[in-house]
Design a protein around this ligand. Structure first.
Ligand code: SF4
Length: 333
């Protein structure tokens, strides 16, 4: 029992010693832990600071690069430009657009001057696609000025209804086809001064017909051409005739017709009215309006239209060298 009690005392002492040691260790740990934690925290803070500094430096470098790229992409925006420099830049834009769209062409389907004249009148306030989807049926019913002039207005209205403003357009078509029959022997005249005397035919329509059916150079100022000419800094005018005069003073006559097609092609595919795809625009370095639209290359790519964006074009019967898909016929109602 005494053994037992001695034996019982010894573990108690050991236990007491053990407890003291443990307490001391705990204390030591408790004393050193905050210091270590502090050290670690300081180290972490320093590392964080360095990382933040590095990120900031990286950001500044990226910003600098972006600024440099933007400056490189839009040199025309950097300083006021002399007339000579603007003309040089304008002609370079034309050359680059020629490389980009070697297949540029009028986007209205036609097989003769009369069809082109009618299609151009119908294209007011609507898309070329809609006109191209409408004219096959129209020309099947009235292929000549004489046929069209003899049509009942209601029947003509019904045929051209999909192009919108069909009452006013019907009046123009009946008037111009009667004028062709009565004043020009049923033929479309090949002179601007004659064309503009026809009902519903202004300079734009006359230039389209002259340039594409008669090979007479003409600048076609439609909504796309006017918008891009202003973005390119070729003009500040809003009026189509004034835009035409400004652009005519920059380019040789021999370029007028194809220039018109290329600029309109670019306007339809890349340099859209509301969302120009600046980040995917091959002529961005020559354009003072770079940045007016989306500059992120991936996002901009998604804005591209027609053959550049992989969608069908405007013509149901495009020329043989057109690299994209033909437009589909009108969907059945
Ligand atoms: S898409 Fe942008 S950069 Fe290209 S022509 Fe239009 S405004 Fe200029």
């Amino acid at each position: 029992m005494g053994k037992t009690s001695a034996g019982a005392e010894a573990p108690a002492a050991e236990k007491a010693a053990g407890t003291k040691k443990a307490a001391a260790t705990k204390k030591a740990v408790a004393t050193t832990a905050p210091a270590a934690a502090k050290k670690t925290a300081t180290k972490a803070a320093a590392a964080k600071d360095t990382a933040a500094k590095k990120t900031a430096a990286k950001k500044t470098a990226a910003k600098k690069t972006a600024t440099k790229t933007a400056a490189k992409k839009a040199p025309a925006a950097r300083k006021p430009e002399s007339r000579v420099a603007m003309v040089r830049r304008a002609r370079r834009i034309n050359r680059e657009l020629a490389e980009l769209y070697p297949y540029a062409h009028p986007e209205l389907d036609f097989t003769n001057p009369f069809e082109l004249l009618v299609a151009t009148v119908l294209s007011a306030q609507t898309t070329d696609l809609r006109v191209n989807q409408t004219t096959p049926r129209l020309f099947a019913v009235c292929p000549t000025p004489e046929d069209m002039a003899a049509m009942a207005p209601e029947r003509l209205e019904e045929l051209i209804r999909p192009t919108g403003f069909f009452r006013a357009k019907t009046r123009s078509l009946l008037g111009l086809s009667a004028a062709l029959r009565d004043r020009f022997g049923g033929e479309v005249p090949g002179r601007l001064e004659d064309l503009v005397t026809l009902p519903g035919v202004g300079r734009k329509t006359a230039n389209v017909v002259l340039g594409n059916a008669f090979g007479v150079p003409g600048i076609t100022v439609d909504t796309h051409f006017g918008r891009l000419a202003r973005r390119f800094g070729w003009t500040t005018q809003e009026d189509a005739d004034k835009v035409e005069a400004d652009v005519a003073a920059i380019f040789p006559k021999s370029e007028w017709t194809m220039l018109s097609h290329r600029v309109v092609f670019h306007g339809r595919r890349v340099c859209h009215s509301r969302k120009p795809a600046c980040g995917a625009c091959p002529i961005a370095p020559l354009c003072p309006a770079y940045g007016e639209g989306e500059t992120d290359p991936e996002k901009a790519k998604k804005l591209l239209k027609y053959e550049l964006g992989g969608q069908p074009g405007q013509r149901l019967k495009p020329p043989a060298d057109y690299p994209g898909q033909p437009a589909p016929p009108m969907a059945a109602p």
